[in-house]
Write a protein that binds this ligand. Structure first.
Ligand code: PA5
Length: 435
């Protein structure tokens, strides 16, 4: 495990925003608001009442241990080629993000069990593809829903539990693991009636802040990822980012976002420099979009995969309407990685790169892109993290959760509710004839 102290300290570089906003303004106007927001979170007042269990969760987990989750994961690993995780939104994106970053090449698992996801939509064709992928495989199900009533996972569970029962008869119940609220919901009732092994989501932790609860930890542990290290990273980050001072990287990121929004920059682009970040980008989009997009306000979060998207969206970012700022996320690499070879013929003209690593080229692509986008009028924030491993990722998850809560409160909204999500459901239920 990486024990370097720098691993959990995300470095926030703001030099790329000062051509666009005053440094003094950030310190005199926004930092005091960050202080107030941080205190509100810690005291659990206002919108932070009964919604901030995630703030102290890593220490609670460290104290209580993760043995129940690890034992369950070991049982699933022994009995299953596939763990089918059924959930949507905050009940899936955190686990998917971590697994894609730390266990990408093995198709969702470092060991025998491959973790795949269902209930993330309502496409029949996609459901059929998942059914096909289960043919001839031993599988178990982890159904995750805090409310226990969300349509997409409920539909998927009915279908896949049916399949499980066909396959394993009355032993099927032993292959279902449910993760839900401790006090209410249809899934809780179903779990009790059928006798499923059940994990509970603390009442004061909402979906998009729940990756470090059993919602994320059970699938992540099943994929063979070190969840102790993940929690340890979050603990270290929690300590580091509890500091009430303008040097706190969380405050810097949160304040920079709100100052830029105030200056008319309505869109934030998160640019990550490896395809494995794709689902981390989806998790980040949900966290910020669902937390901040309300009351006719809020920064629109957009994720770009670099360098691929420079060849599709790069033109817009460079010369389209000037309404965005960009946050570059750069992670250190462990070693030199892949080296570009020398070629005698040099027909492609690439010998000037011979002996250099692909990551070195990537780093320079990022530096060049940042310079170009700033020249094009796009304020740029840079977040630098240590090598991507479980510990570092735990810290990064905590960094963004705290940044999001502070940013939302500074922006004058409640970052813990999502009243707008109900609108489509009402219409869908009417169209489907739900009584
Ligand atoms: O952040 C949230 O609360 C939501 O995005 C939920 O995670 C999502 O709607 C899924 O809800 P549930 O876990 O109740 O099925």
């Amino acid at each position: 495990m990486d024990k370097s102290p720098s691993c959990t300290m995300i470095e926030t570089q703001l030099s790329g925003i000062y051509p666009f906003i005053e440094k003094d303004e950030l310190e005199s106007k926004w930092m005091p608001k960050a202080y107030d927001a941080h205190m509100l979170l810690e005291k659990g007042e206002g919108p932070a009442r009964n919604t901030t269990g995630w703030l102290r969760l890593p220490w609670e987990l460290e104290a209580s241990g993760l043995s129940e989750i690890k034992e369950t994961a070991a049982r699933i690993n022994e009995t299953s080629d596939i763990l089918l995780v059924i959930g949507i939104g905050g009940s899936y994106l955190g686990a998917k993000a971590v697994i894609e970053l730390l266990a990408p090449d093995s198709g969702g698992g470092l060991n025998r069990t491959k973790v795949i996801f269902a209930g993330t939509g309502l496409s029949g064709a996609h459901t059929q593809r998942i059914m096909k992928s289960l043919e001839g495989k031993d599988f178990s199900i982890n159904i995750i829903s805090k409310s226990g009533t969300t349509t997409e996972p409920s539909v998927a569970f009915r279908i896949f539990y049916g399949l499980l029962s066909e396959r394993y008869g009355n032993k099927a119940t032993q292959r279902v693991y449910s993760t839900t609220d401790a006090n209410s919901g249809a899934l809780l009732k179903l779990s009790r009636e059928k006798g499923f092994k059940t994990f509970y989501i603390p009442g004061d932790i909402g979906g998009r802040y729940s990756v470090l609860t059993p919602v994320g930890l059970l699938p992540i542990a099943c994929a063979g990822i070190d969840i102790d290290a993940l929690v340890e990273g979050a603990c270290l980050a929690g300590k580091e980012y509890s500091v009430k001072a303008p040097e706190n990287p969380v405050w810097q990121y949160a304040c920079a976002r709100q100052a830029l929004y105030d200056a008319g920059k309505k869109i934030e682009i998160l640019s990550a420099w490896s395809p494995e970040y794709r689902y981390f980008g989806e998790w980040w989009k949900q966290l910020f979009g669902e937390s901040e997009g309300k009351d006719l306000r809020g920064i629109l979060p957009v994720y770009l995969e670099m360098t691929a998207d420079l060849h599709s969206m790069g033109q817009y970012v460079q010369q389209g309407e000037r309404m965005m700022f960009e946050t570059f996320i750069w992670t250190e690499t462990e070693d030199e990685g892949v080296i570009i070879p020398y070629d005698d013929e040099n027909l492609d003209g690439l010998n000037y790169l011979a002996g250099k690593s692909v990551d070195y080229v990537n780093l320079n692509a990022m530096a060049g892109t940042k310079e170009a986008h700033m020249d094009g009028g796009v304020p740029c924030i840079e977040l630098r993290t240590g090598v991507v491993n479980a510990r570092c990722l735990g810290a990064l998850l905590y960094f963004f959760q705290l940044s999001c809560a502070i940013s939302g409160l500074i922006g004058g909204i409640n970052p813990f509710n999502q009243p707008g999500v109900e609108a489509y459901k009402k219409n869908m239920f009417r169209l489907l004839g739900k009584t």
